[in-house]
Design a protein. Structure first.
Ligand code: CA
Length: 229
């Protein structure tokens, strides 16, 4: 069950939201102060959406939002603002909130916003995971077929791209030259195993700081190569 943090100091509003979230299939985590919310988040790092009231007895909802974002968390954040706090909406979105709902709100609207945000975050994560493979300083983008090292694009041939993709998909695994040849050039390729060595050598020149002392694409003597560091 997806956890939703409900930060609201007014007990009756909080209770009402909690009951309805539970009915919609969420696991609500309650907090009545900003500090309590941060503490609950610390023990529940898997909270996927936070509903943050702005006006609180201690630190305000924006501050809670700022602190969550400062940690690098990508959780969904919906600010609960009073109608008169138009300016707060702007501040809220600037501090990294994804959405806001003004009080008084219809509970159906609030749960619909939570559903939408959960869906959006889920899709984005899956999409990103499918498209990007990250390993150490490298990011391989399988949609653009590009490789970056420390944010710098490296120019690869299609063969080099397929090689690096094969390795990054199998981190730490020793791959035999036969396997590499079959995976990159195809089962029917009649070429020699030396083709693999030649292309690995070229690839190392592009990705390694010192190709003679490879750090990322290492040799497994008498067998093949390995992606690992
Ligand atoms: Ca309040």
């Amino acid at each position: 069950m997806k956890k939703v943090l409900v930060l609201e100091d007014e007990a009756n509003i909080r209770g009402f939201v909690v009951i309805n979230l539970r009915r919609s299939g969420y696991e609500p985590i309650e907090a009545s102060t900003g500090m309590e919310a941060l503490e609950k988040w610390r023990v529940n790092p898997d909270i996927c959406v936070a509903l943050l009231d702005v006006m609180l007895p201690d630190i305000d909802g924006f501050e809670v939002c700022r602190r969550i974002r400062a940690s690098g968390s990508k959780m969904g954040i919906i600010m609960l603002t009073a109608k008169s706090q138009e300016i707060d909406k702007v501040t809220g979105l600037m501090t990294g909130a994804d959405d806001y709902v003004t009080k008084p709100f219809a509970i159906a609207e609030l749960t619909a916003r939570v559903d939408a945000l959960v869906r959006r975050l889920g899709l984005e994560d899956d999409e990103k995971a499918r498209v990007e493979i990250t390993s150490g300083p490298f990011v391989l983008n399988t949609r653009n077929r590009t490789l970056e090292k420390n944010g710098q694009r490296l120019k690869l041939t299609q063969i080099e791209y397929m090689l690096v993709k094969l390795f990054m998909e199998n981190p730490g695994k020793a791959l035999s030259r036969e396997e590499i040849l079959a995976a990159v050039w195809g089962e029917d390729f009649r070429g020699e195993l030396k083709t693999v060595d030649v292309n690995i050598r070229r690839l190392r020149i592009k990705i390694e700081a010192d190709p003679t002392e490879p750090e990322f694409l290492t040799t497994v003597w008498g067998y093949g190569y390995k992606w690992g560091f």
